[in-house]
Design a protein around this ligand. Structure first.
Ligand code: PMP
Ligand code: GLN
Length: 381
């Protein structure tokens, strides 16, 4: 047995969702919306199944989806991508991450990562033979400093794995932050694997810039997107990978022997969905922003210290201000067992030196779900 896997605990998302079922809790842990997703996109997928889109699609993805993706990102992020040479479809962002790390890392290469980190990152980096170099971010700003990057980057750095907008913090890093990171990537001739799955889920009119758009980054960035997040249908494992042709050639070799293809009916529907009018995307943002505000105001009204969230489905509270609990994990376990609300302890996103006072809530829920959770939270001593 490979000890890397034998010793891995079950992911916190699965653990908390299981506890939520056991305790009939309101599940604000694992990040998925209550709503079923846009009906026209779901209908396209259903029609595609009935109409025979059920055999192997091309390895790189359906040409109509690759063209739709190139058009979508030209429109939304001003990126010029060649659909034939710079776009690939994978089975979720998770496959894209695994493939990119397997394709780029050689044993002994150093990989710069940021804590809190999405839980799939570290096992994938280690399995690929990478040596993690962790940059520790802290509440309330979770800001990236020149000092921290100077300590993390070295001549042995092969790549940086960066998530923006960031799960679990809800931070959308600014162009200035990205420029700092880009400066280090260029100076150390490192690749960047940029997990941008939350790129459409941003609030308050905040601007999203892809790391790929920064000077010096176009040729060295692998951009990863996810239809599951773009359309709020998280079980739809359709990922999109964007990279310059020399990189894409290598990434496609990893993809061909991980999954090779992704269900064609879903690809047909995602191709259609990416072309939806701007209203759909701005409307989704507005709806989620209202839900964010409802939960944030409710939590603040109960005396919790709520950290800002500019993107993703998540907001956090900092227990440091809450006298009865200083340990996020103990707080979350008690909350789900005793009070029937499932959340995620942010310490689970740290490999070492964890911040132990922050708890993540998913607000991508209907008003009645949020209100039910708040009623239960009101009973927390
Ligand atoms: N990266 C991040 C930061 C995520 O939050 C998620 C899903 N929540 C993923 C990757 C996985 O995306 P997918 O479901 O498309 O594999
Ligand atoms: N990305 C989702 C979250 O952060 C969960 C994904 C998963 O369950 N693996 O909640």
């Amino acid at each position: 047995l490979n000890p890397l896997y034998a010793e891995l605990p079950t992911t916190i998302f699965e653990v908390m969702s299981q506890l939520a079922r056991t305790h009939e809790a309101v599940n604000l842990g694992q990040g998925f919306p209550d709503d079923p997703g846009p009906e026209d996109v779901r209908r396209k997928a259903a029609d595609a199944v009935v109409n025979g889109w059920n055999q192997y699609p091309p390895m790189m993805g359906l040409p109509e989806l690759r063209a739709a993706a190139a058009a979508h990102y030209r429109h939304w992020q001003e990126l010029e991508l060649d659909p034939d040479a710079e776009v690939m479809v994978t089975s979720g962002a998770t496959e894209a991450l695994a493939g990119a790390l397997l394709a780029l890392i050689e044993p002994g290469d150093e990989v710069v990562l940021f804590q809190p980190l999405y839980d799939a990152y570290l096992p994938l980096v280690k399995r690929a033979g990478g040596i993690p170099r962790l940059v520790r971010l802290e509440p309330p700003s979770w800001s990236i400093t020149r000092e921290a990057l100077t300590a993390a980057f070295s001549e042995r750095t092969k790549l940086v794995l960066f998530n923006n907008p960031q799960n679990p913090t809800g931070v959308v890093y600014s162009r200035a932050d990205l420029a700092l990171l880009a400066e280090f990537c260029v100076a150390f001739d490192a690749y960047a694997v940029c997990d941008e799955v939350w790129e459409h889920v941003i609030f308050d009119g905040v601007a999203f810039t892809s790391l790929m758009a920064l000077p010096g980054m176009r040729e060295r960035t692998v951009k990863i997107s996810s239809a599951g997040k773009i359309f709020g249908m998280t079980g739809w494992k359709v990922g999109l990978v964007f990279a310059a042709p020399p990189l894409m050639k290598v990434l496609s070799k990893a993809h061909q022997f991980l999954t090779f293809t992704t269900p064609p009916n879903l690809q047909v529907a995602v191709a259609y969905g990416l072309g939806k009018a701007d209203d759909y995307f701005t409307g989704m943002r507005a709806d989620l922003q209202r839900s964010r505000d409802r939960l944030a105001q409710g939590l603040a009204g109960l005396g919790f210290s709520v950290l800002p969230s500019a993107g993703t489905y998540f907001l956090s509270i900092d227990l440091a201000a809450h006298t009865n609990a200083a340990d996020d994990e103990a707080f979350c376990l008690d909350l789900v067992r005793t009070h029937g609300v499932a959340t995620i302890p942010v310490s689970a996103f740290y490999a070492q030196d964890a911040v132990k006072s922050v708890v993540r809530f998913c607000f991508a829920k209907r008003d009645e779900t949020i209100d039910r959770a708040l009623e239960r939270l009101a009973k927390v001593p």
